[in-house]
Design a protein around this ligand. Structure first.
Ligand code: BGC
Length: 904
């Protein structure tokens, strides 16, 4: 098999055209991406990374070279004129994250590109279909717009901004750049622009404000035009708007229309409208009688707004939020699905409760007909009270209630804009008449990251657990990875993220999400290197709990799953500063602080009386966890330094890791019992996971771990973090069957117990709690079991030596009563499939490996002679190379293609 070294300096040896290379390759090039997005606007780096996918009917297909053409116009690209970049034929197998190396790119620049490749026989493919990207506003001097808002005496209501302008020439194209804080909704000539909701993403606005770019050329008309923007409070608290519309005419001239105070031509006008109250936590109050119909249409401002108490005023310049304007490259939040409730009951006269049958995050659209002035209330909840009405106790101070006052006459449809809820139940009060199922439509909302994985198994319980984790993760991607979507919190908790990140990256494409969140974490960093418990920082402590290795892990998984080295390079100094900070808070190698540690184990294992506010483990010392994570961060930094070619740093963090590892063993190893700390599941699994257990002690520690699990009846005694490590350590040390026993438990504490008690998303605690306090029913921190499914049951793993799934390790463990598993993961190269089935003594593995990648495949069998591929002895099958036998598996190396391995 041929291996090309990825990342090696590409050699450019000629400018070739497709002709002259004999017949065309069977390889097809498609799915072109720029910065992991399809034809993005607002690209904010001058070396955007380009990726493409290849398909081929042949096995073992690779790319041996590529040529990229980038042009400043579609016509030039069509004529094969790469005036921005002609890479020439580059001998390299890299087909993802190839940095643009052409002419310097400037703000607003349009780039059109295509690519062709040379296959394993050095035959050129045809060029791909063209793709494009457009540059963002790269410098603060690109902005003329000013932040505007309301005059003094703002009453808390959402603001409606309106600007009238004239277009007198033929429009070639137009872009609108907009940041409306907290959240905005953009209209142009009566049309709502785009499908983003709850935009822009949540950041520390004093450091960074995200703006969105819209292509609005098609919405402009000759003559009068109106921009209308509704701005709500969001996470910012007070509506402010910044907008710049740039119009280019066909004659090459242009006009800019932008927010400003004072008189420049027509002024920006502002008023309050029907949104009387809006709050992320509490909900939205809307009075349709106050709608100012036509407010966003070019015909003059309606002469008699219905709400006569507030007319339109001139908008005024306001204090900018302070942060840098940055193009929003994270997948915007959108309505991703609509669901119909399956049931509606009437627990009290006039009180109707809808049951969606699934806990979700989003909002509801109300459909109603009735008299003007009738007020309908919608209360959202995860739980029901004994009498069948909603129980909102666990939402703490979040009112999670929307109110709609009817305008009257005809059917009215309404949904909120500037709030969202986490709920399964909706209680409707004040409805005129008797509402039916058709009166409520639920909109499922999240950052529009693509689902990335499929996992299914013969044991239905696993499918239900997977679904439960999926919905939990899906409910908590709101431009930051929130801890929960329902109560008065919804924060990006870094401790939870330490074990959640890998689960998220298997279930969703996080290639654009995680870099944004990394910036959010970076924005919290102080001079002394400390970061904070949540990002953006609103809750928790500074310095963050040392378990917040999630800071580094964001970059680590971006590298492992997408081959992204930029995130790692950009934040390397920040990672060092955080790790050095932790080292500075240690004494003799032991980190001396920590707050949460292995948070929220089963209540019997928490400090006494901790079912309320605290959920600290009584057995696992926080300092043990803190020190383990200093070790983990040092190891991660050493690996990153190696990847980035930073030799001195590699040495520095190797030395630190060594010192901290020794301290960990000195402090927590208990030779008498053969375990760590209290010799409990958490401490032992964590030490094993970190690789800190001296080789000769490993069997004792593993025995103790397994024994402890057996004593607990095959159940966990761990909290959010070590739950992951128990399952991982068991597989790594030959006890996948014990991990499976844990995973398939149905009694407390287990995922099966949650399901048996009606959970459709993960609880925050292993216990079923519905009162006030820490009792979220949609909390991803216990969800690491899902990445365990993909990695060990499906068997789909990255290969750290060839990241981004350039090479993968397929290692399924057919454990317990499982007779089949079907798993899929969409990588940058295409879909990876690993599906297996057992019948009697026969094990059958169907595998799909994308073009331009290779896989190391573990087939459970003791000898290669027992394994066939495609009906032939595997050792001699085309494109299959036998490598070795290892621990009850026969190991092969394969290139791209579809394979069927059978072991008997
Ligand atoms: C969050 C948790 C987090 C914890 C740390 C809670 O309020 O919801 O997810 O782990 O705080 O104390």
């Amino acid at each position: 098999m041929r291996h090309l070294i990825r990342g090696a300096l590409p050699i450019v040896f000629c400018l070739a055209s497709a002709t002259g290379y004999g017949s065309e390759s069977v390889v097809r090039v498609g799915d072109l991406r720029c910065e992991c997005a399809t034809n993005p606007l607002g690209v904010d780096t001058v070396h955007p990374r380009l990726s493409w996918r290849l398909t081929s009917p042949r096995r073992g297909e690779v790319q041996t070279a590529y040529q990229i053409l980038a042009a400043s116009s579609e016509e030039k690209l069509k004529a094969d004129e790469g005036d921005l970049w002609d890479s020439g034929k580059v001998i390299a197998d890299q087909s993802t994250q190839v940095p643009f190396q052409g002419k310097g790119l400037s703000s607003r620049q349009h780039c059109y590109w295509k690519v062709r490749v040379w296959d394993k026989d050095d035959k050129a493919s045809g060029y791909s279909e063209p793709a494009s990207w457009e540059m963002a506003l790269l410098s603060s001097s690109d902005w003329k717009a000013q932040w505007i808002g309301y005059t003094a005496g703002w009453n808390g209501r959402a603001l409606y901004f309106r600007y009238h302008f004239d277009i007198r020439k033929a429009v070639k194209e137009a872009r609108t750049y907009v940041a409306g804080l907290g959240y905005y909704e953009l209209h142009l000539n009566g049309v709502r622009v785009g499908d983003r909701v709850l935009d822009p993403g949540f950041t520390d606005y004093s450091k960074r404000v995200l703006y969105s770019t819209y292509d609005v050329g098609g919405l402009l008309r000759s003559g009068g035009n109106v921009i209308g923007v509704i701005v709500g409070n969001g996470w910012y608290g007070m509506p402010k708007l910044l907008l710049q519309m740039e119009v280019t005419y066909t004659d090459g001239s242009g006009d800019w229309f932008y927010t400003h105070g004072g008189i420049i031509g027509e002024s920006w006008r502002v008023t309050c409208g029907p949104i009387l109250a809006n709050s992320v936590y509490d909900g939205e109050v809307y009075d349709a009688r106050l709608e100012k119909s036509g407010w966003d249409l070019p015909e003059t401002i309606p002469e008699k707004p219905v709400d006569r108490t507030e007319g339109w005023e001139g908008a005024v310049p306001v204090e900018p939020p302070g942060g840098r304007l940055v193009s929003q490259t994270i997948n915007p939040i959108k309505i991703m699905d609509t669901l119909h409730p399956g049931k509606v009951s009437e627990p009290r006269p006039g009180v109707f409760v809808y049951d969606l049958g699934q806990n979700v995050a989003g909002w509801a659209e109300l459909r109603v007909k009735g008299e003007q002035g009738v007020r309908v209330t919608l209360r959202f909840a995860e739980n029901l009270a004994a009498d069948g009405t909603v129980n909102q106790e666990n939402l703490r101070k979040a009112a999670a209630t929307d109110e709609y006052t009817l305008r009257g006459g005809g059917e009215e449809k309404w949904e909120p804009r500037f709030t969202y809820h986490g709920f399964r139940y909706i209680q409707v009060e004040g409805f005129p008449g008797r509402p039916g199922l058709q009166n409520i439509l639920v909109k499922v909302i999240r950052s529009s990251v693509h689902p990335n994985g499929v996992f299914e198994a013969s044991n239905e319980l696993l499918n239900r657990i997977q679904k439960m984790v999926w919905w939990t993760e899906a409910s908590n991607l709101y431009s930051i990875p929130t801890d929960c979507p329902q109560r008065d919190e919804r924060m990006g908790w870094l401790n939870d993220l330490t074990v959640r990140t890998e689960e998220a990256v298997y279930n969703f494409n996080m290639s654009r999400f995680s870099p944004k969140f990394l910036n959010d974490i970076g924005d919290t960093q102080a001079e002394d290197g400390s970061i904070t418990d949540t990002a953006p920082f609103k809750w928790g402590m500074r310095p963050a709990d040392p378990v917040s290795a999630s800071y580094l892990l964001q970059a680590w998984f971006l590298y492992q799953h997408y081959g992204d080295t930029r995130a790692m390079a950009d934040h390397f100094d920040g990672f060092k500063a955080w790790t050095d900070f932790l080292a500075s808070k240690s004494k003799d190698g032991i980190v001396t602080y920590g707050y949460y540690g292995d948070w929220a184990p089963p209540s019997a294992y928490t400090v006494e009386g901790s079912l309320g506010a605290s959920a600290v483990s009584k057995d696992t010392p926080v300092q043990l966890m803190s020190t383990g994570y200093l070790y983990y961060c040092s190891r991660l930094l050493s690996s990153m330094a190696q990847i980035l070619g930073r030799k001195d740093d590699k040495t520095k963090y190797d030395v630190l890791a060594q010192r901290v590892g020794e301290a960990f063993n000195r402090e927590y190893w208990n030779d008498a019992v053969g375990g760590y700390g209290a010799n409990n599941q958490s401490a032992n699994s964590f030490a094993l996971f970190l690789g800190l257990v001296p080789q000769k002690q490993v069997p004792r520690v593993v025995n103790n771990l397994v024994k402890d699990i057996k004593v607990a009846g095959g159940r966990l005694t761990t909290g959010n973090l070590c739950t992951k490590y128990v399952l991982e350590a068991l597989v790594a040390h030959g006890h996948a069957d014990v991990a499976y026993e844990i995973v398939t438990q149905k009694t407390y504490p287990s995922w099966g117990f949650m399901l048996a008690n009606g959970a459709t998303t993960l609880w925050e605690r292993w216990e079923e709690l519905t009162g006030g306090g820490m009792n979220s029913h949609n909390h991803p921190m216990m969800g690491s079991v899902s990445s365990w499914f993909y990695k060990y049951l499906g068997g789909i793993n990255t290969d750290p030596q060839a990241p981004g799934f350039k090479r993968m390790v397929i290692h399924p463990y057919p454990v317990g009563d499982l007779t089949w598993v079907r798993s899929e993961y969409t990588s940058m190269y295409g879909v990876i499939r690993s599906a297996w089935r057992r019948e009697g003594n026969t094990f059958r593995l169907n595998l799909t490996v994308p073009v331009n990648t290779t896989a190391t495949v573990y087939v459970p069998a003791s000898n290669v002679s027992q394994v066939t591929e495609g009906g032939k002895p595997a050792a001699s099958a085309a494109g299959v190379e036998w490598m070795r036998n290892e621990d009850g598996a026969v190991v092969f190396e394969v290139g791209s293609g579809d394979y069927e391995f059978v072991a008997r």
